[in-house]
Design a protein around this ligand. Structure first.
Ligand code: F0G
Length: 385
């Protein structure tokens, strides 16, 4: 059965919304959990205790394929002919590849101006997506695509789509499968639009209810310091999931402050350059059940962690390395103990953002601002045509 070759659909009994004949798979989720003593030592864990879940092995090079196969299969089952997303690049690459490989739908993608790395943009262009650059950033693009999809009846595949999150739950299934169904003490994941952490929490809540695991791991979500809404709300303002919802007054007043100051997300980890995470309520629920913590890490910490991951033999993009940088911080703080077993999710491949890597390795000034300040780094924009 071809579904058994998918790292998502071989768990189809746990994803009962899709009828097997409607499932579209392109071999997503054939990923690997690798122990890394080099990175363990870097973050301060005992050797043998750190595992890297490498999602760069997906067909489009990021974890998004886990969710896209699910959303795409649902889109097909409701007869959609067009599917759209806003993206910092990986969601759009995933949508584009499913549309191209199956020829069932047209991909329409909205991206912020100059906000996408060339690795990811090239995927959308090569796979033939209708690529629309809007004036603004990801947060603006997401608002626009929601309006447009509603008005024109286009199927939306951003992580606000619940089927996306269903597919992404399987990343957790694969981690514990690789650990012989032993739950690690911690799962660490970068946070952008907060789809992954929401999916991961849901996965464990359900596995526990089904009696397939005996406990739920703790969940650490790592923001980039320049895109730290979740960190601010959860750790600073102590916003919590409470009686079935967060206190939206706290959320609204934070968003008003951002609007008033015209505060924009700003980080070299462009995949998570997001200030208005759409999955905030779901993420709060996940953290509630998984005794979660949120941390922020700056661009220097992210790129140093990324280089350490690379020197250990796995290449990831900047946003992915936020998980490793955040874990290092949590060990330093004593929140994670050196003896804890930790799985860190590396969300996407090194080749997604070569500019960041080349800039990091080619210059040698003393400070980060000199070395990788945004002015100093060539960032992908659209060529003038
Ligand atoms: N890591 C990578 C490589 C990503 O591309 C993203 C999100 C995240 C982490 C954050 O995941 O949103 O579930 O918290 N990228 C989206 C995109 C926003 O458009 O590709 P999240």
């Amino acid at each position: 059965n071809k579904l058994d070759f998918s790292g998502v659909w071989r768990f189809r009994e746990l994803l009962p919304f899709a009828r097997p004949e409607q499932i579209m798979t392109i071999g997503e989720g054939q990923t690997i959990l690798l122990p890394s003593d080099q990175v363990a030592t870097y973050v301060g864990l005992n050797p043998g205790n750190l595992f890297l879940q490498y999602e760069g092995m997906n067909p489009s090079g990021s974890f998004k394929d886990n969710g896209m196969t699910a959303a795409f299969s649902h889109a097909r089952s409701v007869g959609a002919r067009r599917a759209a997303c806003a993206s910092t690049g990986n969601t759009s690459a995933a949508l584009s590849i499913y549309c191209a490989a199956t020829d069932l739908m047209r991909a329409i993608i909205f991206i912020g101006s100059g906000k996408i790395s060339y690795g990811k943009l090239s995927q959308a262009l090569e796979h033939g997506a209708l690529t629309i650059q809007i004036a603004g950033d990801f947060d603006d693009a997401l608002q626009r695509v929601q309006q447009v999809s509603r008005q024109l009846g286009i199927y939306l595949v951003n992580s606000i789509n619940p089927f996306r999150l269903e597919g992404q739950k399987t990343i957790m299934y694969r981690i514990i499968e690789a650990l012989n169904w032993e739950v690690p003490d911690w799962i660490v994941v970068p946070g952008g639009n907060l789809g992954n952490c929401s999916a991961f929490g849901k996965a464990f809540i359900e596995l526990k209810e089904l009696g397939l695991v005996d406990r739920i791991p703790r969940l650490a979500v790592i923001n980039a310091a320049g895109a730290h809404t979740f960190y601010e709300l959860y750790e600073k303002q102590k916003l919590r999931w409470n009686n079935g919802s967060p206190d939206f007054k706290v959320v609204d007043s934070y968003m008003k402050v951002m609007d008033a100051g015209n505060l924009r997300a700003n980080t070299l980890a462009s995949a998570i350059e997001i200030n208005r995470p759409v999955n905030l309520p779901k993420a709060l629920r996940a953290l509630d059940r998984c005794s979660g913590v949120v941390r922020e890490v700056n661009d220097q910490e992210i790129l140093d962690a990324k280089a350490k991951v690379g020197s250990g033999g796995l290449g990831c993009e900047p946003a992915s390395a936020a998980s490793v940088a955040g874990l290092k911080k949590l060990v330093q703080e004593g929140i994670v103990s050196p003896g804890d077993r930790v799985a860190c999710v590396l969300t996407a491949h090194l080749l997604k953002d070569p500019d960041a890597t080349v800039a990091y390795h080619s210059a040698d000034p003393k400070t980060f601002e000199e070395k990788l300040g945004k002015r100093g780094v060539r960032r992908a924009g659209f060529p003038n045509r």
